[in-house]
Ligand binder design. Structure first.
Ligand code: ATP
Ligand code: MG
Length: 582
């Protein structure tokens, strides 16, 4: 790993990412479906061919050009999950502009900070979004944000919910149907994306053109065992890296049919995913453990009613998947005939780092198994920083050599790339996650390194205690954090949610405590177990441990940046519940 973070692939090569994802296929297979849009309302869907995609992207690019967008400019995109969002991203790529997609659930403050940090001159939004039947007033959030974004000169508004679309049509007609491709250098930035913010101030992670595209396409092809004719559904939002790599760039570069899912897993009912798989004949389905757990609590009937015979590969991403959820996914959704791919990667890595390959790697539920081609993981001793040789070791997960999809910089702050990722362990890329390499050479992510809790000198991973808690038949989800303890250094505070139908009684807390003692040992005996209705999550579904730590420490005066929180009410409920324990 170069100490200054200089990485390049295909040096001096030229390409245009949009040409690879659109023009190539519009010529070869113009009638193949590029996008299937599944609207929030299950009766709304659209199919867009590669030919249509080409026309729409060209029109969009010409509009951006007319508004002054040029090579290397940055463009902010604050849009719902609709085809126009994909047109906007690809139109930027066509012109060589760097896009910065901000998830359409962020508040005006978060949006302002991101647009400002990215130096966007032009922004693209829609009148409104809709998710789970709830309207999101995107344009008015944007208006609020733009009050404090002096650099933004133009705001393009797409009328998604509005009935009167004359305004857009008028413009579209004036637009030429072809837009030339801007030749780009291999290392020119394709986009930046702010990380989800589970651990602090968001960073604009910037990705390259050639290396990123290669990595997104290759991992999409091999990890999901993609073959022409497959219908690939990654239900992540394009506001996250998973949407960039596995809704847009990976599948389109391979000429696949990719699904854009606008809704949420439980709208209008908990069969939404399964209904959609049956309706579109989906072959690969990719979601997050949090969604799987949320659907599990509703029971198997919602799944078993549907014909899921088109499925071949089921993927998960975002956090470790607990073995119970893994088995449910494998048995109830996959009917024991689909491959499960538990993919471990980050916004910073562009694509999968650790993952099984369907049919080629024997799975162990809860392990992301082995590295993808060319990735060289190492497990370092956290104190000495030395690589731990051999198997059956536990430490900090780092990567030894660059791979094509590796981030190239933190936008506007290259020092931050060095400080956060390259300097902590000299010569390695630091993932920030802990890992075990077991006796068979399989990797198990034990959670973020800063989630380790030091109880009386014993370093306990929050993930292992959580795994123990969810063994309880009633427990749906658990999050464990440390808090200052006068004797032990740190004590264990466990937040637990229970399944809908489970009746909590006086003994439940003791049962939960006993499971942890039995599974891990008396050293891990929880100090507090709080049964709560919900856990605070980021909008991408990750538990915000930073907040849980503050609540556990009874330090709720200043909670820091909570703009990525999905539901603010959850936090006040937790604070109230925790107060009763102090
Ligand atoms: P921030 O960096 O702003 O705190 P974040 O790390 O949650 O946000 P992402 O880049 O979306 O943002 O998430 C990457 C992290 O998610 C990984 O570092 C890891 O902790 C976790 N993760 C992702 N996939 C897996 C997986 N399959 N198994 C275990 N952990 C995973
Ligand atoms: Mg991260």
């Amino acid at each position: 790993m170069h100490p200054d973070g200089h990485v390049s692939w295909f040096l001096n090569g030229k390409l245009n990412v949009c040409e690879n994802c659109v023009d190539r296929w519009a010529e070869e297979t113009p009638d193949r479906i590029a996008l299937i849009w599944e609207g929030d309302d299950p009766s709304h869907s659209k199919r867009i061919t590669y030919r249509d995609l080409h026309t729409q992207v060209c029109k969009f690019a010409n509009m951006l050009k007319r508004l002054g967008v040029r090579k290397h400019d940055t463009v902010g995109i604050y849009m719902p999950m609709i085809p126009e969002t994909v047109y906007a991203m690809l139109a930027c790529a066509r012109l060589g502009a760097i896009h910065s997609v901000v998830f359409a659930g962020f508040s005006s403050h978060s949006l302002r900070d991101r647009l400002d940090d990215a130096h966007c001159k032009v922004v693209i939004t829609a009148d409104q979004g809709v998710r789970g039947g709830k309207v999101i007033p995107l344009k008015s959030v944007m208006d609020e944000a733009l009050k404090e974004c002096p650099l933004v000169e133009k705001c393009i508004v797409f009328k998604h919910q509005g009935h009167d679309i004359d305004w857009t049509e008028g413009r579209d007609e004036a637009m030429r149907p072809y837009c030339p491709l801007e030749p780009m250098d291999n290392e020119d930035l394709l986009f930046m994306l702010y990380t989800s913010g589970s651990t602090g101030k968001p960073k604009g992670i910037a990705h390259s053109s050639a290396g990123y595209l290669l990595y997104a396409a290759m991992t999409h092809k091999y990890v999901f065992d993609y073959h022409p004719g497959d219908v690939h559904a990654c239900v992540a939002d394009v506001g996250w890296i998973t949407g960039h790599s596995y809704v847009v760039y990976g599948p389109l570069c391979n000429g696949a049919t990719t699904v854009l899912f606008e809704s949420v897993p439980t709208y209008p009912d908990p069969a939404r995913y399964w209904h959609m798989i049956e309706k579109h004949g989906i072959s690969q389905f990719y979601t997050a453990p949090t969604a799987i757990r949320a659907l599990m609590v509703h029971g198997d009937e919602w799944v078993s009613k549907h014909d899921l015979s088109s499925l071949r590969v089921l993927g998960t991403v975002g956090e470790p998947i607990n073995p119970e959820a893994w088995r449910w996914y494998y048995e109830v959704v996959g009917r024991k005939r689909c491959d499960i791919v538990d993919t471990y990667w980050q916004t910073e890595t562009g694509g999968h780092l650790l993952t099984p390959l369907p049919g080629a790697i024997r799975c162990k539920p809860g392990s992301a198994t082995r590295p993808f081609f060319g990735v060289e993981p190492v497990v370092l001793d956290s104190k000495t920083g030395q690589p731990l040789e051999g198997d059956d070791v536990s430490g900090v997960l780092c990567i030894k050599k660059p791979w094509p999809g590796m981030m190239r910089t933190v936008y506007g702050d290259h020092e931050r790339l060095l400080n956060v990722y390259l300097r902590p362990y000299k010569g390695f890329y630091h993932t920030g996650d802990g890992a075990v390499r077991d006796k068979d050479g399989y990797y198990w992510i034990t959670g973020r390194v800063d989630d380790t809790i030091n109880v009386s000198g014993h370093r306990l991973g929050s993930a292992e205690i959580e795994h123990a808690l969810v063994q309880h038949p009633g427990c749906a989800e658990a999050a464990v954090v440390g808090f200052p303890h006068s004797v032990k250094g740190a004590g264990l505070f466990c937040y637990v949610t229970m399944n809908n139908e489970y009746e909590v009684n006086e003994g439940t807390v003791n049962e939960l405590r006993d499971i942890v003692r039995k599974e891990i040992g008396p050293i891990a005996t929880p100090d507090h177990i709080l049964i709560v209705p919900a856990l605070p999550k980021t909008r991408s579904g990750k538990i915000m441990r930073r907040l849980l730590r503050k609540i556990a420490s009874n330090d709720t005066g200043s909670l820091g940046d909570v703009s990525t929180l999905a539901d603010q009410q959850v936090v006040s409920d937790l604070i109230n519940a925790a107060q009763k324990l102090f």
